[in-house]
Write a protein that binds this ligand. Structure first.
Ligand code: 5GP
Length: 212
């Protein structure tokens, strides 16, 4: 008689902080969670697959999705649309699965308004120097692009305090374990188990009556 509905978890973080790697490792290790696959109008990168990393659509297709209310939230980020498909999230939460969204800060803000019960988590590197190092280490961005991402991080850092949890990605395994612990702690919140007290009292009363 404990909680039945899934929890919506939102993971945001600086570009280069390792959100994707954390999610990958997390989903390899733990069951009962699903990752929402976003729609985007950006071009696929090498190794990215439609329906696995994103649903890659044209701007026109994306705008059609906006019009039909198909997205819970969407944003324009660096010239491309990104959005969270509604049905997948709603259906899985109803089924009792925890749903993860890996989205940027504006999207997280939007989710917070619509789902006050959602749990928001911000991922950072231990230091700015480490962030710069990781962005350079990726080898996929020019120095100018890296500077752009770091400048954006200055803005994003202003709203870290809107998040419920701060996850420092120093050691990957430790970070993934900490994330799992957050999910379990959230399930134990009394407020997420609203029927437990009623159920317990009724069972207890019946038990005592039967013994009389
Ligand atoms: P990238 O192009 O590097 O895959 O993603 C750029 C940013 O968009 C990342 O911060 C990522 O978390 C964010 N993002 C991905 N999908 C969504 C989405 O559905 N909604 C929002 N608001 N942001 C998203």
């Amino acid at each position: 008689m404990t909680d039945q509905k899934g929890i919506l978890f939102v993971l945001s973080g600086f570009s280069g902080a390792g959100k994707g790697t954390i999610m990958k490792s997390f989903f390899e290790q733990y069951e009962g969670f699903v990752l929402s696959i976003s729609a985007t109008s950006r071009e696929p990168r090498e190794n990215e697959q439609h329906g696995v990393h994103y649903f890659f659509v044209t701007r026109e297709q994306f705008e059609e999705r906006i019009r039909t209310g198909n997205l819970i939230e969407y944003t324009e980020y660096q010239g491309n649309y990104y959005g969270t498909p509604r049905d997948f999230v709603v259906e899985n939460l109803e089924k009792g699965l925890d749903v993860f969204l890996e989205i940027e800060v504006e999207g997280a803000e939007n989710i917070r308004k619509q789902y006050p019960d959602a749990v928001t988590i911000f991922v950072s590197t231990p230091t700015p120097q480490e962030l710069q190092k990781r962005l350079r280490g990726r080898g996929t961005n020019t120095e100018e692009q890296i500077r752009g991402r770091l400048k954006r991080a200055v803005e994003e850092a202003k709203i870290i305090d809107n998040y419920d949890y701060l996850l420092i990605n120093d050691d990957l395994d430790e970070c993934v374990r900490a994330l799992y612990e957050i999910t379990q702690t959230e399930h134990r919140r009394q407020s997420r188990n609203p029927q437990f007290d009623e159920w317990f009292r009724s069972e207890l009363t019946q038990m005592l009556e039967a013994e009389e």
